[in-house]
Design a protein around this ligand. Structure first.
Ligand SMILES: [Zn+2]
Length: 306
């Protein structure tokens, strides 16, 4: 694991996912009865937390929540300890909170800065996987009920003539730091519809069917900002299971510094020099969400004092 990759929230490969156990239901069942096994309860995309952060249940309490859970999924091993997550979404919020011995339900993104990176990553993983189960109860081909299996990593259509296997979906999106041609060195930031006044971030968009990631970069930059880009270079990726994203970060260079926003997704786009960005930071403004690859792309660029 590259240390730089672990700077990004929510990823990092902290668990051994032990994929080989997904086809071993007897072993998974046995792990669930081990006293050290940890069960993480979630309620409708939220962690159940007490004063110390997300609750980690073992023993009798873990068994109890499993009896009320819509799904139990195997996340992997943290060292020698098996980690599962359960979905208590079928209960009302007070009942779910009480059953888990928690104080309240909170989205993992609201806990950034208070959770250690491994804790945040595992909660995000659980959130994304359990969210998928709630969205994939039926087969999209024949409409029959889809039944969870494989430790929670697959659902199988129960239709007698179908039996399709349904796997968790990931929706990739590109996020791009665009540099201006020539000097002074500048990067393009935009004000997105719905964002706070004077809030600028890098440009992003979903990858469409039949596109490479680089195709998506070129199309999105043309559509949203009216710019043609070259030198599309991969910079890193970030798990973003809110609910099913994968953010893929790029740098690119515009062929012209003329910008024309679409007025729908982007209200304004403008070029910033490093000095201007530093001035914004000094004035108390943030460079994107601190848990996002947007923030990393910007701080990385800013640190290159060329
Ligand atoms: Zn089916």
């Amino acid at each position: 694991m590259d240390t730089a990759e672990r700077v990004l929230a929510y990823g990092g490969g902290w668990l051994d996912r032990a994929g080989e156990l997904r086809t071993d239901p007897a072993r998974l069942e046995a792990l669930l009865t081990e006293p050290t096994t940890v069960v993480l309860p979630l309620w409708r995309d939220r962690c159940l937390v007490d004063g110390d952060g997300p609750v980690r249940l073992t023993g009798d309490r873990a068994s109890l929540v499993r009896t009320a859970a819509d799904e139990t999924v195997f996340l992997g091993f943290d060292g020698d300890v098996a980690v599962f997550a359960v979905d208590l979404s079928g209960l009302g919020e007070p009942a779910a909170v009480e059953m888990a011995g928690a104080a309240r339900a909170v989205d993992v993104r609201a806990l950034v800065g208070r959770l250690d990176p491994a804790g945040a990553a595992v909660q995000a993983y659980a959130r994304g996987l359990l969210h998928w189960h709630r969205q994939q109860r039926y087969c999209g081909t024949c409409g029959a009920v889809a039944v969870a299996g494989g430790g929670g990593h697959v659902r199988t259509c129960s239709g007698a003539e179908c039996g399709r296997l349904l796997f968790p979906r990931i929706e990739p999106a590109i996020i791009v730091l665009v540099e201006a041609p020539g000097s002074p060195e500048r990067c393009l930031l935009a004000r997105h519809a719905g964002a706070a006044e004077d809030s600028y971030s890098t440009l992003a968009g979903f990858v469409e069917v039949g596109e490479s990631l680089e195709d998506a970069v070129r199309r999105e930059m043309a559509e949203e900002a009216g710019i043609t880009v070259t030198d599309v270079t991969y910079r890193g990726s970030q798990a973003w299971p809110f609910p099913a994203g994968l953010m893929v970060g790029f740098r690119a260079t515009a062929t012209s510094d003329e910008v024309r926003v679409d007025g729908v997704e982007l209200l304004e786009a403008r070029w910033f020099t490093r000095a201007e960005l530093r001035e914004r930071v000094a004035g108390g403004r943030r460079l994107g969400r601190v848990d996002s690859i947007d923030h990393q792309l910007l701080t990385g660029w800013l640190a290159e004092a060329r």
